[in-house]
Design a protein around this ligand. Structure first.
Ligand SMILES: Cc1cc2nc3c(=O)[nH]c(=O)nc-3n(C[C@H](O)[C@H](O)[C@H](O)COP(=O)(O)OP(=O)(O)OC[C@H]3O[C@@H](n4cnc5c(N)ncnc54)[C@H](O)[C@@H]3O)c2cc1C
Length: 385
């Protein structure tokens, strides 16, 4: 019998209907194409436009900017269905849950009206570029430089590990606008860069141990010029504070995917251990299998309860940086452990890429690293203790 968990308290009938639509899209447009996308190291561009047509992009952006007018609950339902469909290639959570929200919160009104409808229709694919070859966790150490020249910024630098990097049309770039070490956090700004700008270049799509259908790439900026109106915020130097405001949502959506991923893996493992036999009986009859699954089900139930609490807090607007760090730390560490136990119960088949549990194991490993590593989450949490 699949996992039986209490219904999440933030769900509504409207979200149930939305889930049906999201599930049918994921099963039809994502699941069947995984092998080809893994081979191509990227998805088909039409996925974005098809998703835009039925309203799956910019779900929690107000309708006046072309968005769905929903909330983080709608985002959550979509990422849960994506995780359950076995897809890890479509970088929609970065586009919807991160890039669109930086624009909504900090772009000038005129720019919001110009940019957000393009992201909502799928005409543009969005990316966010913070990490550089020389620095990831220590964001204040970035060296990509934006220098004001009249009505333009001139950007020079390199970014790496950028989700949606190979296909992005529009990138929010973390830059130094004041390189003086004394400026510290106030030296950083976020600037929106269309990838059609002269001097923008993409490097290779990176070879990863998981998320193999995602076009994670290097990006280069050589004297890229953008209008000063592309600065997010009404003055330079707000970038670090904007990141601190938005990172809780980014971390929460990683937690959403971690919990949905472990729920799916446990369900698959329950089914498999009832079918597969060893020594004349189903694997599910061995005490070790029962205990492993009991531990896994408990880990999932506790993670789900804590995640639901954090989602409710976020919907009310009171999820703080520490709470989001706890959600990411707990759920991603648990998901890695639980999925590893699931792989064990699949035996050799659990190591075969045609089994979803094997892909889930490889895909989930990054969750302890991106969006801030587990060590950085502990550092953030410890600051309040
Ligand atoms: C598949 C993938 C997708 C990604 N997508 C994006 C994206 O879209 N945009 C983007 O900007 N970035 C993205 N990243 C980058 C990701 O966020 C960084 O890799 C991550 O933040 C860690 O940075 P780093 O790789 O430079 O590791 P480092 O910062 O070099 O860390 C190395 C190790 O040192 C530890 N460490 C560092 N500082 C401390 C400390 N103070 N205390 C204790 N331990 C510490 C870390 O925890 C880690 O274990 C992505 C990465 C991957 C692999």
């Amino acid at each position: 019998m699949p996992l039986q968990l209490p219904r999440s308290p933030w769900l509504t009938e409207e979200l149930d209907d939305f889930r049906e639509m999201a599930r049918s899209f994921c099963q039809k447009e994502l699941t069947p194409h995984q092998d080809r996308w893994i081979e191509n190291k990227q998805i088909d561009r039409e996925v974005w436009t098809k998703a835009g047509e039925i309203g799956l992009l910019c779900l929690s952006v107000p309708e006046e900017y072309g968005g769905g007018g929903g909330s983080f609950a709608h985002e959550t339902v979509l990422y849960e269905e994506q995780a359950r469909s076995g897809d890890s290639a479509w970088g929609v959570s970065v586009h919807n849950g991160i890039v669109a929200h930086y624009l909504l919160a900090y772009a000038a009104e005129e720019k919001k009206r110009e940019w957000l409808p393009k992201l909502a229709s799928g005409e543009w694919i969005g990316a966010i570029a913070m990490t550089e070859p020389g620095t990831g966790s220590d964001l204040q150490g970035i060296t990509t430089r934006a220098v004001r020249d009249g009505d333009e910024y001139v950007i020079n630098g390199a970014k790496t590990f950028i989700t949606n990097g190979a296909m992005a049309d529009f990138v929010v770039v973390a830059c130094k606008t004041d390189p003086d070490p004394d400026a510290g956090a106030k030296g950083m700004s976020l600037i929106a860069v269309p990838t059609s700008a002269a001097g923008f270049r993409r490097g290779r799509v990176l070879d990863k141990i998981g998320l193999k259908g995602q076009d994670t790439a290097e990006l280069f900026f050589d004297d890229v010029r953008v209008p000063v109106a592309n600065l997010l915020g009404d003055q330079e130097g707000l970038g670090f504070f904007q990141l601190m405001q938005q990172l809780p949502q980014e971390r929460l959506l990683i937690a959403v995917t971690a919990v949905a991923g472990m729920e799916a893996a446990v369900d698959q493992t329950i089914a498999y251990t009832h079918e597969r036999e060893a020594f004349g009986r189903p694997l599910s009859k061995f005490q070790n299998t029962k205990f492993t699954l009991a531990d896994a089900a408990t880990e999932v139930a506790v993670s789900r309860a804590f995640l639901d609490q954090c989602i409710e807090r976020h919907l009310r607007g009171d999820l703080d940086v520490q709470g989001a760090a706890m959600a990411k730390l707990w759920t991603t560490e648990r998901a890695n452990r639980v999925i590893d136990d699931c792989v064990q119960l699949f035996g050799g088949y659990g190591y075969m890429m045609e089994y979803p549990v094997a892909r889930a194991w490889a895909d989930m490993r990054i969750s302890r690293i991106f969006g801030g590593t587990s060590e950085i989450m502990k550092d953030i949490i410890s600051r309040t203790l």
